[in-house]
Unconditional design. Structure first.
Length: 57
């Protein structure tokens, strides 16, 4: 009886840890995606600025 209870508690704790890890990783990927989009937009603005300066000269 004690082994069965131990296994149930172990499974419950494992599920809690896995679920919290998944939500943490999802948050990291969302932040990473936002930062990646920001970097791409910033790079495009810089490239357009350089091209515009070269055309004016």
């Amino acid at each position: 009886m004690k082994i069965s209870r131990f296994i149930n508690i172990f499974n419950f704790i494992s599920i809690l840890l896995i679920m919290s890890s998944c939500s943490a990783i999802a948050g990291i990927f969302k932040v990473g995606m936002g930062f990646g989009i920001f970097v791409v937009i910033a790079a495009l603005v810089i490239i357009v600025g350089i091209v515009a300066k070269k055309r004016v000269k």
